[in-house]
Design a protein around this ligand. Structure first.
Ligand code: NI
Length: 142
């Protein structure tokens, strides 16, 4: 790190998330928070690079949201209808009185799947979302 240029930035996150970050740092054995976050960014960067190409991929988009939050369901449905050609199937599970789990099976160009996942995950009211990418199997011999 001595010879590398270092950038510093300030981040504001909920206190509970901060406690979770700190607990994870200790459990993973990182000496510093900077080291931990740098590794998280590298990991995300690799995943991000794989999702921005032109190749056809398959995958799932998982969303957890509170359906009582205003407009969240309508927003998610609008986005899904705009991209019906790549969303093959959806499953909706009512986790409890408030929380819904939605899983979308998708297939299409990596960059467009990534963009749809980003829109859904960034929608107001979505608590957590994740795109999991896999192969379509076509160019994957056993
Ligand atoms: Ni539900």
């Amino acid at each position: 790190m001595k010879d590398e240029l270092v950038s510093r930035f300030t981040v504001s996150i909920p206190s509970q998330l901060m406690r979770q970050l700190e607990r994870m740092r200790k459990e993973k054995g990182y000496a510093s928070r900077s080291q931990e976050i740098a590794d998280m960014i590298r990991d995300e960067w690799i995943a991000h690079s794989q999702k921005t190409g032109n190749e056809e991929i398959a995958g799932t988009i998982t969303l957890v949201y509170d359906h009582h939050k205003q407009n969240v369901q309508a927003t998610l449905t609008d986005i899904q209808h705009d991209h019906h050609e790549v969303i093959l199937s959806t499953m909706h599970v009512h986790l409890d009185h408030h929380n819904c789990l939605e899983v979308l099976a998708v297939k299409g160009k990596a960059s467009s799947i990534k963009s749809i996942a980003d829109q859904l995950i960034a929608a107001k009211g979505v608590k957590h979302g994740k795109l999991t990418v896999t192969t379509t199997g076509k160019d994957m011999p056993l």
